[in-house]
Design a protein around this ligand. Structure first.
Ligand SMILES: [Zn+2]
Length: 434
């Protein structure tokens, strides 16, 4: 048999057809290379889209990420229409499924309600289902008293034109937390965007992944805008928010002074701390400060920071306001940013996949600004954020530090706050009686 095969093969070579086969193999290789390249371009395209989405959302609202942190499949976006924006273009920015967008647009075109003008606010609520981002509702004004409301109805969209005057109403809702803040608040009837705002207000006091225990409670006093049928069309501001968590009650009051709105505790202390413990949302603490066997060097070494494991591309926030000292490749840290907050504190962030937009040495930034994205550059075994807090040049445990507090209201501001706080307490008591 073998002999026959060899003879066949030799006679095949003798027929001199083999250049033709080489030609076929050559063509196949070219096709393969082209396809490979296409796939690569496609992945890059997807990545770029994702990044531009992150940029577009660059802490205009931290909200989206807070949503993730409190485990909601829903996301809410508030988009300010720019010149030359079309509804389709806006929706595409948020990576909403293309089929969804074209269905929705055709419904809106039927009713001739697609006039959006620059400066208008579009409210979008989406839900991720089996990896597909769907539109749950959409709301945008087309003039001073007319708005368009789109609601999802199974697989279709119901588009209505709303001409109305809305009435402001105040409401107090509370509940005991069973599983997580989000589901307990939804059960109490709190709108998703209010939950997100609430979580933002408490973000400095409460770590929603680690601190919440079954039986903790919350209370929210806020504004709703209702139509003549008493249907809630929009929500307003949170006036008061309270939580019982970590065995203590924290009550925060909305107070505006000299055009600056903030939330303050009973003692007139701002809720905003100068530094965050966790400058990243949705991450897991993977290695704490202290002695450990170094994962790459192999010997015991003092780990002078805190590691948070998170997916590559997760945004990293400046844990406090300050000036950027470094934004560059730096030793084993890979892509590294350090920020000087005041004469005492510096924070540093390592292993980033890339830097945030506009993050350069000498730039002054505010707390919460995206300074970079999680990666695994430098001496790192997997995507994580290495976070360091330096007090007077010495690295300290960020998770144990007594957080330096934000401002405390004094003098005239304090007096006004006390008056406002008492008013809120009285009103709160009345509303709770009803
Ligand atoms: Zn580390």
């Amino acid at each position: 048999m073998l002999a026959v095969k060899i003879t066949n093969f030799l006679s095949f070579l003798n027929q001199k057809k083999y250049p033709f086969y080489f030609f076929i193999i050559g063509i196949s290789f070219v096709v393969y290379a082209v396809i490979l390249n296409q796939i690569k371009t496609y992945t890059e395209l997807k990545e770029n889209n994702f990044n531009s989405f992150l940029k577009s959302e660059e802490f205009k609202n931290i909200k989206g990420f807070v949503f993730e942190n409190i485990k909601s499949p829903y996301k809410e976006y508030s988009h300010t229409v720019e010149k030359n924006d079309t509804l389709e273009k806006v929706l595409k920015t948020y990576n909403i499924d293309n089929g969804e967008i074209s269905n929705l647009i055709s419904e809106i075109i039927k009713k001739k309600l697609f006039n959006i003008s620059a400066g208008a606010q579009i409210q979008i609520i989406t839900k991720k289902e089996k990896g597909i981002k769907k539109i749950i509702s959409l709301f945008y004004p087309i003039d001073a008293i007319t708005s368009v409301e789109v609601k999802r109805n199974k697989d279709t969209f119901q588009v209505s034109k709303i001409i109305l005057k809305l009435n402001k109403k105040e409401i107090v809702l509370s509940n005991t937390i069973k599983n997580n803040l989000y589901s307990s608040a939804i059960k109490a009837g709190v709108e998703p965007n209010i939950i997100v705002e609430f979580a933002n207000i408490f973000g400095f006091e409460v770590d929603f992944q680690r601190d919440i225990r079954r039986g903790d409670t919350f209370e929210i006093y806020y504004e709703q805008f209702v139509d003549d049928d008493n249907v809630v069309r929009r929500t307003g501001k949170i006036i008061y928010a309270s939580m019982f968590v970590n065995n203590k009650e924290i009550s925060l009051y909305n107070f505006k002074y000299k055009n600056e709105i903030g939330f303050y505790d009973v003692g007139g202390k701002s809720v905003i701390k100068t530094l965050m413990k966790t400058p990243i949302n949705g991450a897991r603490l993977s290695s704490s400060f202290g002695m450990r066997k170094h994962p790459i060097l192999g010997y015991n070494k003092l780990h002078q920071g805190t590691d948070f494991a998170a997916q590559t591309g997760t945004p990293i926030m400046a844990s406090g306001s300050g000036v950027i000292l470094r934004a560059q490749k730096y030793k084993g840290y890979g892509n590294y940013v350090s920020i000087k907050h005041n004469s005492t504190y510096v924070t540093a962030y390592g292993h980033m996949s890339k830097f945030g937009r506009g993050i350069k040495k000498g730039v002054r930034i505010n707390q919460g600004r995206i300074i970079g994205y999680v990666g695994s550059t430098g001496m790192s075994t997997g995507p994580h954020l290495h976070y360091e807090v330096l007090k007077n040049g010495k690295r300290i445990n960020s998770q144990r530090m007594k957080l330096p507090s934000g401002k405390i209201l004094n003098n005239e501001a304090r007096n006004r706050f006390e008056v406002e706080r008492i008013k809120i307490d009285v009103r709160l008591g009345e509303l709770k009686k009803n």
